[in-house]
Design a protein. Structure first.
Length: 237
C-alpha cells in the first residue's frame, strides 16, 4: 500500500469513527433510554411545585393574553435548553471541565437547590422586585413574564440545565432532546389546566407533591456526586 492509500484509508477510518461517535447518541431503536431520560428531567422541572406561583403571576391577565404568555414561556424554555444542549459540551471542552467534574459540581448544586426548596416556600423562588415588575406589567397589559420569570428561571433553572448535561452523558443526545420536548409539552398542559389541577389537589396538596419531587431531586444530586467521585477514582475522567 502506498503512502497516499494509507492516508486515504486512515482519513476514511477517522471520518467513519467520528461519524459513528456523532450519531450513536441518536439511536432511535433504544426505546428504554428515551423513557428513562424523561424521569430526571421531569423531576428537575417540578411543574407541580411552581404551578401555584404561575397562577399568582398570571392572575388578572385576560385569557387570550395568558395563552400568549404561556406559549412565550414554553418557546423561551425550548430555545434556552436547545442552545445549552448545543453549546454545553463545547464550553466544557474550552474550560477543560470533564463530565465527572460537572457531575460532582452539578450534584452539589442540585442538592443545595433541593434543601433550599425543602426549607422554604416555593413562592420564595421569585424576589419581591420581580413581583413588583410583574404587577407593573399587568397594569400596562403588556406582560413579558413568559420570558422572565416563567420561562427562566421557573421552567428552565439551574436544576434542569444540570440534569440535562448528566442525561446526555447517561442516555445520549437523542433521548435528552426527546425528554426535554416531552416535558415541555407536559409543562404546557399542566400550566394550561393549572386552575383545574389545583382545584383537585388544593394548594397544600400541590406543595406536598412538590416536596416529594424535591426529595427525589436531592437524591439525584447525591447520586451524581457519588458517580462523579467514583469515575475520578477509577480514572474515567
Amino acid at each position: 500500500m502506498d503512502a497516499g492509500s494509507a492516508i486515504r484509508t486512515d482519513t476514511g477510518g477517522m471520518f467513519y469513527s467520528w461519524t459513528w461517535i456523532k450519531w450513536e447518541n441518536f439511536d432511535l431503536m433504544n426505546y428504554n433510554d428515551y423513557i428513562l431520560a424523561i424521569i430526571p428531567v421531569f423531576v428537575a422541572i417540578d411543574v407541580i411545585g411552581f404551578m401555584p406561583l404561575y397562577i399568582t403571576l398570571t392572575d388578572g391577565i385576560p385569557e387570550p393574553v395568558k395563552s400568549r404568555v404561556l406559549r412565550q414561556s414554553i418557546l423561551t424554555a425550548f430555545l434556552v435548553t436547545m442552545t445549552f444542549l448545543a453549546l454545553g459540551k463545547a464550553i466544557f471542552a474550552f474550560l477543560g471541565i470533564s463530565i465527572s467534574d460537572f457531575k460532582i459540581a452539578g450534584g452539589i448544586i442540585l442538592f443545595a437547590i433541593a434543601i433550599n426548596d425543602l426549607i422554604s416556600s416555593s413562592d420564595d423562588r421569585i424576589s419581591n422586585e420581580v413581583r413588583d415588575e410583574t404587577t407593573e406589567i399587568h397594569i400596562n397589559q403588556n406582560p413579558t413574564i413568559g420570558i422572565v420569570p416563567i420561562g427562566i428561571p421557573l421552567i428552565v433553572g439551574p436544576a434542569l440545565l444540570t440534569t440535562m448535561m448528566i442525561t446526555i452523558d447517561s442516555y445520549g443526545m437523542g433521548p435528552t432532546i426527546f425528554s426535554v420536548m416531552i416535558n415541555l409539552l407536559i409543562v404546557y398542559g399542566a400550566l394550561h389546566f393549572s386552575p383545574y389541577v389545583l382545584r383537585i389537589t388544593g394548594r397544600s396538596g400541590a406543595k406536598g407533591i412538590a416536596k416529594v419531587f424535591t426529595i427525589l431531586l436531592a437524591a439525584i444530586g447525591v447520586m451524581m456526586v457519588r458517580v462523579g467521585i467514583t469515575e475520578i477514582i477509577n480514572g474515567k475522567v
